[in-house]
Structure formats: C-alpha cells, structure tokens
Ligand binder design. Sequence first.
Ligand SMILES: [Zn+2]
Length: 146
Amino acid sequence: MFGVSNRLASKEYYLMLLDNVLSKTSKHSSAAGDRVIEIRPSLVSDAKNTIFANLGQLSKTLNREPAHLARFILKETGRAGTISDDKLTIQGKIAYDEMKKLIDLYVKEFVRCPVCNGIDTRIVSEKRFRFLVCDACGAKNPVRRV
Ligand SMILES: [Zn+2]
C-alpha cells in the first residue's frame, strides 16, 4: 500500500542532469578573422620635449618606415622633431590620447585597406604618386604624400 515509487523522481533528476550538461557544452565562437593591432605609444616627456620611445617597434608592427610615421606625426601636429635610434623627439608636449589618435589616423589612412579592412598592405610609389596596395585583396588606392 505504501510502496514507494521513485521512478518519477529519478526521471526528473535525469532531465535536470541532462539540462545541466547541455548548458555547459554550448559552443564558444572563436574570432579568427581580422588581426588586431595593438597601438600603445610609449611617451616620455621632459620640460621641453615629448619622446615617442617605441616609434621603431610600432612602425614595424604596422610594416611602415619609422621615418614615414614620424613625418606624418610632425606634419599633423605642426611640430618640429628629430628621429634617432628609432625614437622620435618632438618639441613640446603631446598627450598620450592625442598621440594615440594620430596613430589611429595614420593606420586608417596609410595602413588599413579601405576595401577589405586588412593590414597586409604596402605603399608603392609610381612617378609622383603614392598608392596603398593591399596584398590580401589587391585593392590599390591613392594616398597623399607625407
Ligand atoms: Zn584589401
């Protein structure tokens, strides 16, 4: 009369376990598309100058000549500066955010392909003109001379 049936209880338990397992095995999507470039200018300022210490390393990451990036920065800021040992010394103070913004602009204009958004690009000279050539999609777009 008082026969205990725990069949129902164990079925519920089983379903609960199953639910638990399923919720733990949901797939994680992996982003294997665009390469992300880390842009962190390292700036040291003294009373008169700002030294962009990792100009060389950053240029290498972007696959550009340090002198090209340096000319862009000086042109955009209207400052005077000199390069030595892959470091750029700029007259006056430049804040980190300003420099970061400048390099982002540089990447947008002189590194990133406007067609496929890739960064495997080169700047080629043809007569008086400069082009940003993308090795990934083959796009060729004129860029200004710096
Ligand atoms: Zn491209």
